[in-house]
Design a binder for this molecule. Structure first.
Ligand code: SIN
Ligand code: FE
Length: 295
């Protein structure tokens, strides 16, 4: 497997001039890795690096795109929650500046999605196989069809004790899709209509969304694939940042604790190579349009 990690030096979140190679790497399913680019915390913010900050009923702590949205999934005093919110918004501002600097062509087309803070220790989390991100997968949202929009994510390891966040990065998306598409259950328009009517999905699940969820599940269910697929271990150092299209890069997280993450969505036509997007690849492999009639 070709090394999917592209390292970029420098500790500053701003001041680089964009290089065509970076968008090429990202659109090829690679991960841009900034080993020295940390998110620095004030003492009050560092005091929030405790798993108890998360409400046990929530999976993550998150803040929606609206700047005045309350932090969701956290517990603490009013002052702690205010500090947490400010920390997440500051991370968002830095992530925005980074993406704007790396991929200026994407900027006008990006939609800001939630910022999240993940204070839980990955290796002690127990989850159903479907929710288990310790297994290689591509990101796809069961309740939120995205009709081929890209999921661009910025991650930063905040671990104060120097513990890396250990990922595995898998084979290229098209190689995986070629292998697993024949096993995918066929799309049924009436099922998608029911899921919508029952409000299980927020909008109509397209054939594209169905296939991405099928691939997500087929990969996670297949323990033989998990063990034997082409993959590499990648320890993202404490105080480092990385960026990928998480709907394309096969990834799994083994271990680690304390991370910030910022998500963006973008329609694939704004990529340099739209045909390399999951929508492009799946359309080519199936030989038919996967989005149906526009809504
Ligand atoms: C994911 O699979 O998207 C989560 C990655 C992580 O928690 O490091
Ligand atoms: Fe994921």
């Amino acid at each position: 497997m070709q090394n999917p990690i592209v390292e970029v030096a420098g500790a500053s979140w701003t001041g680089r001039s964009p290089q065509a190679d970076w968008a090429e790497a990202l659109e090829g399913g690679g991960v841009l890795y900034f080993p020295q680019m940390a998110f620095s915390l004030s003492p009050a913010e560092a005091a929030l690096l405790r798993p108890e900050v998360r409400d046990p009923k929530s999976r993550n702590i998150s803040q929606r795109a609206q700047p005045d949205a309350p932090v969701k999934g956290a517990v603490g005093t009013e002052a702690e929650l205010a500090t947490l919110s400010a920390m997440m918004l500051r991370y968002r501002t830095q992530a925005n500046a980074l993406i704007d600097q790396l991929f200026p062509n994407y900027t006008p087309h990006l939609r800001l999605e939630p910022t999240s803070f993940r204070p839980m220790q990955v290796e002690s989390r127990t989850q159903s196989w479907r929710a288990d991100d310790k297994r290689l997968h591509v990101d796809a949202f069961p309740s939120r069809p995205n009709r081929g929009e890209r999921i661009l994510r910025v991650f930063t390891n905040l671990n104060p004790a120097g513990v890396p966040r250990l990922w595995r990065v898998g084979e290229p998306f098209d190689v995986m899709a070629q292998r697993f598409l024949p096993q995918a259950k066929p799309y049924r328009a009436w099922q998608a209509a029911w899921l919508r009517r029952l409000r299980i999905t927020k909008s109509l699940r397209s054939e594209y969304d169905h296939m991405m969820l099928q691939l997500h599940d087929l990969l996670k269910q297949n323990l033989d694939y998990q063990r034997t697929a082409d993959q590499m271990e990648m320890p993202f150092a404490a105080g480092s940042t990385w960026v990928c299209f998480s709907d394309q890069t096969l990834h799994a997280v083994y271990s680690g604790q304390f991370m910030m993450e910022q998500t963006y969505f973008m329609a694939p036509q704004y990529q340099t190579h739209p045909e390399r997007s999951p929508l492009g690849v799946l359309t080519r492999l199936t030989g038919r349009p996967l989005l149906g009639a526009p809504l």
